[in-house]
Design a protein around this ligand. Structure first.
Ligand code: SAM
Length: 333
């Protein structure tokens, strides 16, 4: 049985701040990962099916007010055939992500989910804040998991960065998702303007308190066409320390090596896999859509088929997961 570490806020702050011993922290998280979830790396086929968004998050490249984005949304047929291709390539999970695009209403989205479900895959939705009825309909249509980052638990910061949105509402959405029996994914960005280490420690304790099945942690990367263009952004190192502490706090959850980490360093995802991560989400869209879904600059534009990610994963002694890669609860306090 894997014991989760009962770190308090002060201990978390110390680990997050300790640059000198970060290598030891990453190695410790890697050992805990191995013991709790093994050496399998689960691949999720990511379909970014629309870059249309009703929101105006200050950090995000596809925010509503960014008029220089060429907007697209994929047709139902395109989404389903992309998912089918991904399933044929061997992906056992399809992640469907988009801006908050209401074109995909309850009926349309449910239809897409039902069709993709026929390919014997698990489905993760990442389409933002919806009503309880919609979450329920998507679950009944066959969606298994839902990913929605809380972004930060500093409510003041959240309301500055996400105008016209409510932190409380986002939290309530996460609770609805959990209640409906989805595997719950959430997470944060690291290095947001005015975000403190104390606040990141609170974020980690929050993710643990709500019992996430998956935690996505990535650096904030300033996008040149957003109001935060001139901000510094997060570092790979602090993001990796944050992810590593998450692994210590919740040994058996799924933790992706996020694409944003790869944007900061060509080996970003491999470093993440060696510091606690056990999931990679290669993009299975066509190159054209990949370019248009630009949340932050320097996003790696590599199709999965051309990608050497599998070789890289195997080169560090890990293997590709063959099952759905759902969260298996193992640990007891
Ligand atoms: N609309 C859905 C939602 O709100 O969950 C999913 C799409 S949203 C664009 C996906 C995630 O991208 C956000 O939760 C945020 O953490 C991340 N993101 C957006 N802009 C970013 C940036 N500049 N740097 C790093 N991550 C960013």
């Amino acid at each position: 049985m894997v014991q989760q570490m009962l770190l308090n806020k002060q201990e978390i702050i110390r680990l997050l701040s300790d640059e000198q011993h970060e290598q030891q922290l990453w190695e410790q998280a890697d050992r805990v990962r191995k013991e709790a979830v093994g050496d399998e790396v689960h691949l999720r086929g990511l379909i970014e099916f629309s870059n249309i968004c009703r929101n105006n998050c200050l950090y995000c490249g596809i925010r509503k007010d960014n008029k220089s984005v060429c907007r697209y949304h994929m047709t139902e047929e395109e989404i389903v055939s992309t998912a089918q291709k991904a399933a044929q390539m061997g992906f056992k999970t399809i992640v469907m992500q988009s801006g908050e695009d209401m074109y995909y209403n309850k009926e349309r989205m449910s239809r897409i989910i039902e069709q993709i479900k026929k390919f014997d895959v698990a489905i993760t939705l990442s389409i933002g804040e919806r009503t309880y009825e919609e979450y329920k309909a998507f679950r009944e249509a066959g969606a298994d998991r839902y990913l929605m980052r809380i972004e930060t638990t500093d409510k003041e910061l959240y309301h500055k960065l996400d105008p016209n949105m409510s932190w409380q509402h986002r939290y309530e959405c996460l609770m609805m998702i959990k209640e409906l029996g989805y595997e719950l994914g959430s997470g944060i960005m690291v290095g947001l303007p005015k975000q403190s280490i104390e606040s990141i420690a609170d974020d980690l304790l929050f993710l643990k308190a709500i019992g996430v099945d998956m935690a996505g942690i990535g650096p904030f990367i300033p996008h040149p066409q957003t109001p935060l263009a001139k901000e510094q952004g997060g570092t790979l190192e602090l993001s990796l320390r944050t992810m590593a502490v998450m692994r210590l706090l919740m040994p058996d959850i799924n933790i992706p090596a996020t694409t944003a980490m790869e944007s900061l360093h060509p080996q970003g995802r491999i470093k993440a896999l060696q510091a606690g991560a056990n999931v990679v989400m290669p993009n299975v869209n066509s190159g054209e859509y990949m370019k248009l879904y630009e949340l932050y600059p320097h996003k790696p534009i590599e199709g999965f088929t051309q990608s050497d990610i599998v070789k890289k994963i195997e080169s560090i002694g890990r293997c590709i997961g063959q099952g759905y890669g759902s969260h298996q609860r193992k640990n007891k306090i």
